[in-house]
Design a protein around this ligand. Structure first.
Ligand code: NAP
Length: 267
């Protein structure tokens, strides 16, 4: 018990790349609450993992780097360039700075969705990390509740949303943050951990429910031939393995939380 407590209170400098984003802006305060020295790093705070600007300075004295950045463009070539260049720059700067643990947020099922340029880029990111000499933890999360409207937006065919009626197990951004935070303060797993929501749904049905809560009148068509984020999916593609760590927040509970209202306002 005493040893555990000592590990818990060991203060580390943890740099959160993408610290201004949806997950990053929740993660930094959460780590600070736990007594860690957490720093948000992104172009807004003049730290750029593509150009390298501000990176060496931000990483000075850091023990852990958590990469929760995302590409500004999801076009095939642009997104691949982003994750490859950013990950190479981070790993190289971390080596120079003596960082001990690289944590990256990826997506459950990325390896099953290689038809999509976005997921090819996430796998390229994962492969660069695995091939590096850095100790690492890859955290693969399922889709965020906050992303349900975004999923509708990228699944339009004419005036209707077309999505396949496959199983999926999304989670709240707060639970993603808790999962990533837990891994960030622990020892590197040098492997992949999956995190997911507590309930399974049919993709088309949950997106329709979310649109209804936003008073968005678009109709979601259950279309078995429709792609999800540009990839063919089935009942196994989006759901995690049985070893996944499950968050607590159920969809109906999330809808009552400020996060759901903020996600609505953001759109
Ligand atoms: N959406 C989902 O359902 C889902 C599911 C599982 C995993 N994920 C993964 O979760 C991760 C985080 O997603 P998110 O929604 O939190 O992202 P987000 O809100 O779009 O935030 C993106 C962050 O990346 C930063 N960034 C962009 N270009 C950068 C650069 N050149 N250097 C450093 N930082 C840069 C942005 O900084 P500025 O604000 O300064 O521009 C921002 O802080 C992604 O890698 C994604 O693949 C998403």
């Amino acid at each position: 018990m005493e040893v555990q407590n000592k590990i818990e209170v060991a203060i580390m400098k943890i740099v959160v790349i993408g610290g201004s984003g949806l997950i990053g802006s929740k993660l930094v305060p959460k780590l600070l609450e736990r007594g860690q020295e957490a720093i948000a790093a992104s172009p807004k705070s003049v730290v750029n993992s593509i150009t390298g600007k501000g990176l060496a300075e931000a990483l000075k004295g850091a023990s852990v780097v958590v990469d929760v950045s995302n590409a500004p463009s999801w076009e095939d070539v642009a997104v691949m360039n982003f994750f490859e260049t950013s990950t190479r720059n981070l790993l190289s700067s971390e080596g120079t700075a003596g960082v001990k643990h690289h944590v990256a947020l990826s997506v459950v099922g990325s390896d099953r969705m290689l038809e999509s340029g976005y997921f090819r880029a996430k796998i390229a990111q994962e492969n660069l990390i695995k091939a590096s000499s850095m100790s690492y933890s890859i955290v693969r999360a399922t889709q965020f509740f906050e992303f349900l409207k975004g999923l509708a937006d990228i699944s339009m065919d004419g005036s209707k949303v077309h999505l396949p009626p496959v199983l999926f197990q999304p989670m709240s951004a707060d639970d993603v943050t808790a999962g990533v935070g837990r891994i960030a303060v622990g020892a590197p797993v040098n492997g992949t951990v999956e995190i997911a929501g507590p309930e399974q749904f049919r993709l088309n049905e949950l997106v329709q429910r979310r649109l209804a809560t936003l008073r968005d009148s678009r109709k979601v068509i259950a279309d078995p031939r429709a792609r999800c984020s540009g990839a063919e999916v089935n009942d196994q593609t989006l759901v995690p393995s049985k070893n996944a760590q499950l968050g607590e927040t159920r969809f109906e509970t999330w809808l009552t939380q400020p996060a759901a209202k903020m996600a609505a306002a953001a759109h």
